[in-house]
Design a binder for this molecule. Sequence first.
Ligand code: OAD
Length: 232
Amino acid sequence: MAHPSIVILTGAGISAESGLGTFRDEGGLWAQHRIEDVATPEGFARDPQLVMDFYNTRRAQAVEATENAAHRALARLQADFDGDVLLVTQNVDSLHEKAGSTDVVHMHGALNSALCGACDHRWPAPLQMQVGDACPACGAPSARPDIVWFGEMPYHMDRIEAALSQADIFAAIGTSGNVYPAAGFVQLATYAGAKTVEMNLDPSMTVNLFEETRPGKASQTVPEWVESILNG
Ligand code: OAD
C-alpha cells in the first residue's frame, strides 16, 4: 500500500493504568460528580468555583501521572510507521505527549490550557486556575478551563474527518463509545474502506461496528498491535 494512513482514537481507558480514573467504569468520575454540574457551560455559569475545583483537582492528578506502555507504543508507531498516523484523543491529560508523541489532536480540550470565555484566546493554564483570572490578551476576568463541555463543539473536527475519509486503518483504544461525535468515527472510517480495530477492556457500545477486537488492558494490547503493524 502506497503511503498508508492510520487514524487512532484514544479514550480514558488508555490512561487508567497510569492511575487516572475513567468516566463510566464502576466508581468512575461520573459516578462521583454530576455531568451537568461540572461539564456543561450552564454548570460553569451556575457555580464556577465548583467547576474550577473539579478541573484543578484533575490537573494536579494529571501532572503527577506517568505515561504507560500503551502511550509509549503509540509514540513509537508515530515515529516509525512508514505512512501517516493521526493520533486523536478524547483525553484532557498530556500522557501521549509525555510518552513522546508530538502531534496529538485533543478533540475534548486539554487541562494544561486555559481559554478566555470573552475572546477565545488560549494560554498555558496555571496548576490552580482561579475564578475570574484575567485573560492575558483582552483583560476580561473570564478564564475557564479549555475543556469541551457537553453541548459544545469538539475541536479539530475538520482535520479529523478529513483523515478518517482517507484512513486505511482505524483503531479505537480505551473508549466506551458513549460520546458522539467520537463514537461515530468507526462508521466514517468504515465508509472510507478502512480496517477497524477496537482495543478495550470491556466491549464498547459500538463494538459490533468493528472488524476486529483485541480485548484486554491497553498496556498489553496496544504494544502487541503496534508490533503487528510495524512488523506485519
Ligand atoms: P469512559 O469512561 O466512558 O470509557 C472508558 C473505557 O475504557 C471503558 O469502556 C473501559 O472498559 C475501558 N478501559 C478501562 N480500563 C482500561 C484499560 N486498562 N485498558 C483498556 N481499556 C480500558 O471514557 P471515554 O470513552 O474516554 O468527555 O469517555 C468519552 C468522553 O466522555 C470523555 O472524553 C469525557 C466524558 O464525558 C468530556 O468530558 C467532554
